[in-house]
Design a protein around this ligand. Structure first.
Ligand code: ADP
Ligand code: MG
Length: 394
């Protein structure tokens, strides 16, 4: 059953506790360095303000480990949010307690109050019921719009929902669920999954879960070398997780049995050392020299993967095809990003580095949906139930 959203309930005049993800990077002098996460929460905040709700915002910032760390105050975020909204945002001295309660009591319809860092209290990450109840006591309605933390059973994400009458998702969360759950439940075929990035262990669960849904799985990036090892190739000093080789073997076998077309790179850009200006060359699977490291997929692989992507109607992409941070080894990632956009398929991208790579080539706005939550999106794609989503009203 579909999860209830803020736009399906009556919120005028109500006190709304909105859990947002304002865990943004700050500069050395404590200013907001990148406000993408604040911007992402604006639709829900604006909606609540326009409907005349009393808007109480809560987030964590960094890892203060249950203590008050002044450098991790949300005050700079209140200032930036105020600029973005064009209205005053009151900064609370804490997230619970008498002072906060009295600030909430004074709120008028359309007012915005930002609570101080939830993680200044150890009870937040412990999902302490008493703390959750205190947070819940501030509001009539709970709204979760912090997709990036939905996989954590913390007090403001999970516990709080047990102490309110109404618990719904925000507009950002709704969009994430629409693409990461609904779209993938009934995808248009051919459905292609493209994986890359550093570690097999991060993504193996997703590969396994999507096995039953996709037509083709393409594996590049650092992940590919554990799979190539599993097929018996010598991969020099390329990234291999030795303990995952048996698992990779199992996946290759399963793909074969289920008739899933699982493709690995057929050629590589290898470097003599793992450094930006090392000597490099293009080799096939059988030619990776001992001591050399695969840094990117080669031209033949780019052509092969792009051809598959060209015919896709739905694409899920997670993880760069190579060490894209270095210009020389960014080509595989860039070319596949272009292929995804050119395919015209519904494209869903997860992972911070993959979206950074898309931004770098100016293609981010051509993707159907770029998830704002790395870990949370992976867990959803693994088919897991996230604690922060499980507690919301249906
Ligand atoms: P995302 O953030 O999109 O989920 P990951 O964090 O899993 O992606 O992986 C990104 C990292 O993987 C990048 O830092 C990139 O340099 C690295 N990477 C990609 N290909 C290779 C490779 N062949 N060898 C080593 N690292 C690689
Ligand atoms: Mg990453």
């Amino acid at each position: 059953m579909a999860i209830k959203c803020i736009d399906e309930i009556e919120i005028a005049g109500k006190r709304l506790f909105i859990r947002v993800d304002f865990n943004v990077p700050l500069t050395d002098n404590g200013e907001v360095r990148d406000d993408a996460r604040i911007t992402a929460a604006l639709p829900t905040i604006r909606y609540a303000v326009e409907k005349g709700a009393k808007v109480i915002l809560a987030s964590h910032l960094g890892r203060p480990k249950g203590e008050v760390v002044p450098e991790m105050s949300l005050a700079p975020i209140a200032r930036r949010l105020s600029d973005l909204l064009g209205q005053e945002v009151t900064m609370a001295p804490d997230c619970i307690g008498a002072e906060v309660s009295s600030l909430v009591e004074k709120m008028k319809e359309g007012d915005v109050l930002l609570l101080e860092n939830l993680r200044f209290h150890p009870e937040e990450t412990q999902n302490d019921p008493g703390f959750a109840k205190q947070l819940a006591g501030l509001a009539d309605i709970y709204v979760n719009d912090a997709f990036g933390t939905a996989h954590r059973a913390h007090a403001s994400v999970e516990g709080i929902a047990h102490h309110v009458k109404v618990a719904v998702c925000g507009l950002l969360m709704k969009r994430e669920l629409e693409y990461l759950v609904n779209a993938l439940a009934s995808p248009e075929h051919p459905f292609v999954a493209l994986f890359g990035g550093a570690k097999v262990s991060d993504k193996i669960g997703v590969v396994k879960n999507l096995m039953g849904k996709v037509d083709t799985i393409l594996i590049g990036g650092g992940m590919a070398y554990t799979f190539l090892r599993a097929k018996g190739y010598e991969v020099g000093r390329s990234l291999v997780e030795d303990d995952k080789v048996p698992l990779a073997k199992g996946i290759l076998k399963e793909a074969q049995e289920r008739g899933v077309d699982l493709r690995l790179p057929v050629d590589h850009v290898v470097a003599e050392e793992f450094t930006p200006d090392a000597a490099y060359k293009v080799v096939t699977n059988k030619e990776i020299p001992p001591g050399w490291t695969a840094m990117d997929i080669g031209p033949q692989t780019i052509a092969d993967f792009s051809e598959v992507i060209k015919g896709a109607r739905t694409i899920v992409w997670n993880g760069p095809m190579g060490v894209f941070e270095v210009e020389t080894f960014a080509k595989g990632t860039e070319e596949l990003a272009k292929a995804i956009v050119a395919s015209g398929a519904v494209s869903i991208v997860g992972g911070g580095d993959s979206s950074a790579a898309l931004k770098a080539v100016g293609l981010a706005d051509k993707i159907t949906h770029i998830s704002t939550g790395g870990g949370a999106s992976l867990e959803l794609l693994e088919g897991k139930t996230l604690p922060g989503i499980a507690v919301l009203d249906r």
